[in-house]
Design a protein around this ligand. Structure first.
Ligand SMILES: Cc1ncc(COP(=O)(O)O)c(C=O)c1O
Length: 401
């Protein structure tokens, strides 16, 4: 310690202070569960990635692109061919015509698309409305971009929201609402009347909507996916986020995009450029191929996931879990009250270490951990041998041990 220069002494005796933003959130619980699954040799039903192969034709398109030497930087906001395919698919499926030159930014997964979008629109003091339970990334996204989240509850069994509660969350400080449909973790698919309610609030308070639509093709029981941007009055204020990850079973490729009005896209492109420069060039080429697949590809995908949903509902129901049946996406939220554990984290730890099955504690989807205390989320984007292994292991589990 140097008494003559206390500030110098302080600098040498302690480490430099880390970002106070980074101190405000923990590592991802979902990704942590995958690490625990590996450590304990557990069947991994936590993180949402398929354990079956990606479609051969899409893999071949990626290999062909590498062989054709599409190996250097693509245009920073996305290869033209890929942006054209994104625009064509959005018009084909949602009836919304967009300009691929001015309204699309290709990013490193929808994760980066969300972060770049938030950083492009948020100013100090801005608030974002977030439905709860929420996909856990939205919390750190808000902190890193400087937004204050205002949470609105989705309530089981149908995960509906109270329109008055939603209206009360909006105000002069609201910059955007973040909406994920089909929804992770609940499996909720938002309906037209709910979208109209959201639209009216966005128009009234002159704010944006950021929609995360990466499960758009995983729909069950006749559910239909609606893009908020297709509603009158929303085209000019919606940022629509999507990715190759889930629809084409390539979560490791890290290719996503955001569709937004031209002036918003201009800001997003700048943030994106300095964050990552661009997404993998050959994989964008394969993406251009994937997005032109015929409707039969998506029909088969939905049918196969519907069968996996039934399989998983049977396994979990048989093991004593109370399941909330999802209408979309590939997760099942469960009620674990019957097992008599003090909370979701204790139960998830017991499951992964003693039973050999990894799932995600419900508290990681809520601001207040107490709200997720009796819940656990399982994913069903898995192959038959994984379901069989899970069935065998869960047979050791007994409600109210
Ligand atoms: C709702 C939601 N958004 C985004 C992501 C991440 O997507 P990507 O792999 O495209 O970054 C996930 C992954 O599980 C998710 O569930």
């Amino acid at each position: 310690m140097n008494p003559a220069h206390p500030e110098r002494a302080a600098a040498t005796s302690t480490s430099p202070k880390l970002s106070s933003k980074a101190e405000r959130f923990t590592e991802s619980v979902i990704r942590e569960m995958t690490r625990l699954a590996l450590r304990y040799g557990a069947v991994n039903l936590s993180q949402g990635f398929p354990d079956f192969p990606a479609p051969a034709e899409i893999k071949n398109a990626a290999k062909a692109a590498i062989d054709a030497d599409i190996n250097q930087y693509a245009i920073t906001w996305g290869a033209k061919k890929f942006r054209d395919a994104i625009a064509a698919k959005f018009e084909r499926t949602q009836g919304v015509a967009i300009d691929p030159e001015r309204e699309v930014t290709v990013c490193c997964g929808s994760t980066e698309a969300m972060m770049s979008s938030m950083m492009a629109i948020i100013n100090p003091g801005d608030e974002v409305v977030v439905f709860e339970p929420f996909y856990e990334n939205y919390g750190p996204d808000a902190i890193l971009s400087g937004a204050t989240p205002r949470f609105v509850k989705l309530r089981p069994p149908d995960w509906t929201f109270d329109p008055d509660e939603l209206a009360a969350a909006f105000g002069p400080a609201t910059k955007a609402i973040i909406l994920n449909t089909p929804n992770n973790p609940t499996g909720k698919v938002f309906e037209r009347a709910e979208f109209e309610c959201i639209r009216d609030l966005c128009v009234r308070w002159k704010c944006f909507a950021i929609t995360d639509e990466i499960y758009e093709h995983m729909l069950y029981d006749g559910a239909r996916h609606i893009s908020l941007a297709s509603l009158e009055g929303m085209r000019e204020r919606t940022l629509t986020i999507n990715a190759l990850s889930k629809t084409y079973s390539v979560t490791g490729w890290r290719v996503g995009w955001v569709i937004a009005p031209p002036e918003v896209t201009a800001a997003i492109r700048k943030v994106h450029d300095f964050l990552t420069v661009g997404a993998a060039a050959p994989l964008q080429e394969a993406g251009a191929f994937a997005l032109q697949l015929p409707q039969s590809y998506y029909d088969t995908l939905a049918e196969e996931y519907a069968a996996r949903r039934e399989r998983m509902l049977g396994i979990l129901g048989g093991a004593g879990f109370k399941c909330f049946k999802p209408r979309g996406a590939y997760y099942i939220m469960t009620d674990i009250s019957a097992f008599g554990f003090p909370d979701d984290v204790a139960f998830a730890q017991y499951l992964v270490k003693e039973i050999g099955v990894a799932a995600v504690p419900g508290s990681s989807f809520y601001r207040d951990p107490a709200d997720g205390r009796t819940r656990l989320r399982f994913t069903f984007c898995k192959k038959e041998s994984t379901f069989q292994a899970a069935t065998e292991r869960l047979a050791k589990l007994h409600p109210s041990r």
